[in-house]
Design a protein around this ligand. Sequence first.
Ligand code: ATP
Ligand code: MG
Length: 551
Amino acid sequence: MLERFLDKTSFSSQEDFMKNFKVKVPDCFNFGYDVVDEWARIAPEKKALLWTNDQGKRIDFTFADIKRESDKTASYFQSLGIGHGDMVMLILKRRYEFWFSIIALHKLGAVCIPATHLLTEKDIVYRCNAADIKMIVSCGDGIVVEHINRARPSSPSLQRCISIGPIIPEGWDDFHKGIESAAPFVRPESVNTNDDISLLYFTSGTTGEPKMVAHDFTYPLGHIITGSFWHNLHEDSLHLTLADTGWGKAVWGKLYGQWFAGANVFVYDFEKFKPADVLEMIHNFHITSFCAPPTVFRFLIREDLTKYDISSLKYCTIAGEALNPKVYEEWLRLTGIKLMEGFGQTETTLTIATYPWVEPKPGSMGIRNPQYDIDLLTADGRSAEDGEQGQIVIRTDHGKPLGLFKEYYRDPQKTYEAYHDGIYYTGDVAWRDEDGYFWFVGRADDVIKSSGYRIGPFEVESALMTHPAVVECAVTGVPDEIRGQVVKATIVLSAAYKDKAGEALVKEIQDHVKKVTAPYKYPRVIEFVEELPKTISGKIRRVEIRDKDKV
Ligand code: ATP
Ligand code: MG
């Protein structure tokens, strides 16, 4: 499959990769026809999706199955009047109907808007009106159904709600009945151009209200690197990325790049999740490759790994937040596996990463992706020197790179703020070493300015993590009359230290940080908490701590 899209499909060094990696972009590319249906044609029995749930059910889908089911779904949606450019929201958690539906929507040239089941009535009204959503496909149980029902009267564009079961609420249509009685699917004459919008994703909402990111039909091609050269997948791989289908990370790890590589995607559908479940899944299903955000690994390294046989696991990747070196070292000690970090956003595909031929440097995100012209810009607008901090930007003077978003949907102001004059600003600050490795400092808004110093929260957090009392922490600036801001650490204590919270432990942790990093960075304020404020996808919301400290 890769040969259809790449001139060269294997690489031995970064130099080779930077020079020879090139994607051939077909006209009117459509992931549904050009990848899913193509696999179904050349290798129909090839495994595509291993779906299992917390009730012990298991279903294996081949590419022929995915083609058949997505065709049936496309035909059904078509009969409901869904076609090119129509907006359809999917609230499907980790149900396999998500894969049928997103591929079906691609095949129709419609726009897929994946969303989380944690949306409230207000969120649903906002989204329906912001994007003129015509149809919602959702799980039929849970509180989300009530929220959708209550949102309907204030969402005039919303014509239909479809339930995949187990309950079909009153006034809703039955997905499974619909697809079983659908006429044979006939591909529309013209489906899409490469420029049309295929996908609208909401960002994680780590810094504020989630933004609506619009991607075009070529976006999946930007993920060839994600699957084949970051997750390091091949046709025998069984890959698990932990992500709800409502977040951008799901198509990073559960769809596009994985199916370009011909890997089998592992899906565990659950109601309540414990990190240890992952170990059981690896043990039971022989998962070979695993990707999760740092927060998951921070808890996994505290589990008793000897209870599980995880010898099938060969490769682990990590992204979404900065990875503390301590977690890298612990995972390596426990499993012998090096965590291969990557960096990117809902607005992009992977932009910086540690590829199989790159030796990771713990604490660094890795090096450039050849698809993106990455630079670091200093506050005064210069390209940063090696060792100097700057905002990560993507230069687009030679055209929009594959994988970079089109716009924030219907928000030209926000789009302009982030993306103008040939430069896309990520809002993240990093520095680069002489070997070309990028080191994350913090989100531009999270960088602390204290007595003339600029202090990145990540470095202080990583120093704190090396103290045995600290399970997780968030470093923020609190307003201070003399220094402008002072460094504050909000800390979750490990079980052994829970009852030691007090002045003596504060002092001990402060002294520890002064020893492992430059002393001016030590947290003058420390607060112990039971848990940190996080987004639904598990990212620390420093902004919430900051806001609380302002009042
Ligand atoms: P919002 O934009 O709504 O505040 P968000 O930025 O968290 O939310 P995402 O698009 O899911 O939404 O996340 C992208 C961000 O995650 C990046 O801009 C960066 O701050 C952070 N990130 C991703 N990978 C890494 C990494 N390896 N190291 C540090 N930070 C990372
Ligand atoms: Mg963001």
